[in-house]
Design a protein. Sequence first.
Length: 317
Amino acid sequence: MRTLFLLLFIFSSFSLFGQYDAKWKEVYHHELNGKIKSAQKEVEKIYKKAKNNKDEVQIVKCFFYLSKFELIFDEKAQPAIITNLNEEIKVAPPVSKALLNYIYAKILENYYQKNNYHINKYTPLKNQKSKDFLTWSAVDFKKEIEKSYKLCLQNEAILKNTSIIQYKDVIEISKDIEMLNLTLYDFLTDKYLDYNKKVYINSAHGIKNDLTEINFLYQESNLFTAHNFKALEDEHLSNIIRLQKKIEKKILNSNQEKVDEKYYERLELLKYIFSNDSLFFNKIIALEKKTTNTFLKQDIRMDRLQRSEEHTSELQS
């Protein structure tokens, strides 16, 4: 009887997967042919079935696609997906809740980027409580986006124990990324980090932080992760450094070549933040001499070659 039950369960699981697979093929077919409205209707059907089956992975996948279609298809329908999404967030278990909060943040982020010229004209209201994002000011959008990204990482322990592989068919992941040891916490941390980078780099303010703090930002991982950076003034820069420290701490005691890769990624980021080419190249040249990472050495050589060509071009002009 136990064996029969197991076989029935396996058959049922494959049957449901096959039903979803066939439906998603219809979605992709409509999308490729530019029939966005038809694709949207198919996703809504999948969503209803997933809700009835309490299939969290499919529910999340539906919102990823619905959010994309709402942005492309019908601006008047956008409030509907926001309402449905917020309702789903309220009842979703921790992992789905994290991903749905990420989708919500991205929808608001994309909408603000597309309409910021008009949104920036709105005067911020004190104690704004309206859920209608069509009436929000830039301040309201930024607060809500920031809050949603923070909520993505709220259940840290659970997210760290959830492999990204379980959601590889749901979220877009670069083919260059090794998924074997990647968790949902890693994925969402990276997305929140990207958001803070974008906001900070696009901001018009100058750098007013302590020079000692800035020098510590360029130190190798063991010194960088041990420093507290309390003197940093900007909220988004503080977020960037806090998240970057978490990423580097995770691998600090692992393969040194991986540690060197993360250090190099940080140096690239700092180059764009502080526009200090001299300090950047001094650090990567020192890293090139020290690291045993062949691929990293090649990247650094390409950086040096590009700089040399730019310098030659400047002299000739």
